[in-house]
Ligand binder design. Sequence first.
Ligand code: GGG
Length: 355
Amino acid sequence: MKTFRIALYPGDGIGPEVIDEAVRVVDAVEKQSGDFHLEYTRLPWGYEYWRQTGKCAPDDLLTVLRPFDAILLGAVGWPEKIADHLTLAPLVKIRQSFEQYACIRPVKLPAGVKSVLANKGAKEIDFVVLRENSEGEYVDSGSRFHVGQEDEFALQTAIHTRRGVERILRFGFEIARKRRYRLTMVTKSNAQRYAYVLWDEILEQIRGEYPDVESDKQHADAVAMDFVRRPERYDVVVASNLFGDILTDLGGILGGGLGLAPSTNTNPERKYPSMFEPVHGSAPDIAGKGIANPIAAIRSAAMMLDWLGLAAAAQTIESAVGAALSAGAGTPDLGGKLTTAQLADAVIGQLGKSR
Ligand code: GGG
């Protein structure tokens, strides 16, 4: 019996609701399989923690998280109560400090879910966005000047390192080798002449080492258009931190809705724990109503199991999610009537039935 220690960081808004259901699904798979055990530690971080302590997470959060095998995160943010950059700060710190530089975000329309695109279905919408997750536009570098004055200005500096760009591109090439051997790098080197020209040059320097993978580059605005116009063009899409974040909200909708979209924050070298989270945010407007879609969190938990070496358990969950959605199970965001718990029940009801 393999045992793994999992830190749960449910966070804010619908985060705790969807994480509870993800844990319930994983518990059911664990019971069925009998060959692994997950031990959970629930961390009370987020808005409520800030209200009580003045901080969204303790100063030693990295020390707290370091011993875990993985982290399962819900969502952060409660903009009516606290500024968004405060609730997001612990996440960014975890991603950067634990070198979780590979944010893997699959975009795949499940069978049975209607596409928002006319004439594009499950066959056409099947790609992965790989978001550089440790530097770029998310580096905490900048300042505000002459605050409150008429000539106020702000500087926000992105930092793109050769090491950071090269490692995410190489990771993208490796993923492409397990898929359809095609990689597209997102850039904006016509307007951003330092950072993205560096990206362009690095792609040029290393692409020859992957002759079996067809690679090209495209500007971010064109990628946004082509995600909609011809999504079948894409297999593995490698993007900077901010471009990746923006494009995966669009990707989430193409994949059937943000309520379905899972994500990893992977440290490929396994030196630090990796973190798994739905792409969606905390959705305060529906928090506490019991109608949030738990599928993105459930699928994120499946990606966590896969990362922990429990590929069969992960596949069991993915298949059950597919079967439940194909059978028409859905929360209101999918046009259905089920509650969060009922949709998780529908997934649990399908476990082990289909492969
Ligand atoms: N599910 C994670 C979450 O709540 N994300 C909120 C968000 O806006 N994140 C921004 C980011 O990932 O860059």
